[in-house]
Design a protein around this ligand. Structure first.
Ligand SMILES: [Zn+2]
Length: 145
């Protein structure tokens, strides 16, 4: 019987699980802070206070989204460990060095492919920006009005 992949990646899954724990704690803290801010609002409670607590809550939601995204990445990495797909570059299917995985547990590409991808992404982005720039009509209606 083959070695269980989870055993091979014990160290990484420990890092991921700890990260997950920290992230969950962070989310709870954000949610709790948000709830406290809303509950302990100044007794005067004028419109300004309401508006600012509204903004705080939105801020909390945005932060929450980022944390949730992180949780999602952690869960995906743990899933890949369970399925034996972890630590293999999605482009060239070479093994990703353990050092890189320890530093970036969500890494799905080896350094070389990641660099190639980033180069490609930068090119695509530049191309899109140039195109977007050209598509802006000169002298828009707003400027004329
Ligand atoms: Zn690769």
């Amino acid at each position: 019987m083959a070695t269980k992949p989870t055993k091979k990646w014990k160290e990484i899954s420990d890092i991921l699980l700890k990260m997950k724990d920290d992230t969950l704690r962070e989310i709870h803290k954000t949610v709790k802070n948000g709830a406290e801010t809303a509950a302990t609002g100044e007794p005067s409670g004028d419109i300004y206070d309401q508006a600012s607590s509204e903004r705080d809550r939105e801020l909390g939601l945005i932060l929450g989204d980022r944390e949730r995204e992180k949780l999602h990445s952690i869960d995906e990495a743990l899933l890949r460990i369970n399925e034996g797909e972890y630590g293999i570059c999605e482009e060239c299917e070479e093994e990703i060095p353990l050092g890189r995985l320890k530093a970036m547990p969500f890494a799905r590409h080896c350094v070389k492919c990641k660099a190639d991808l980033e180069k490609l992404q930068a090119q695509t982005k530049r191309f899109e920006e140039e195109r977007a720039y050209r598509e802006i009509p000169l002298g828009s209606e707003e400027e004329e009005a």
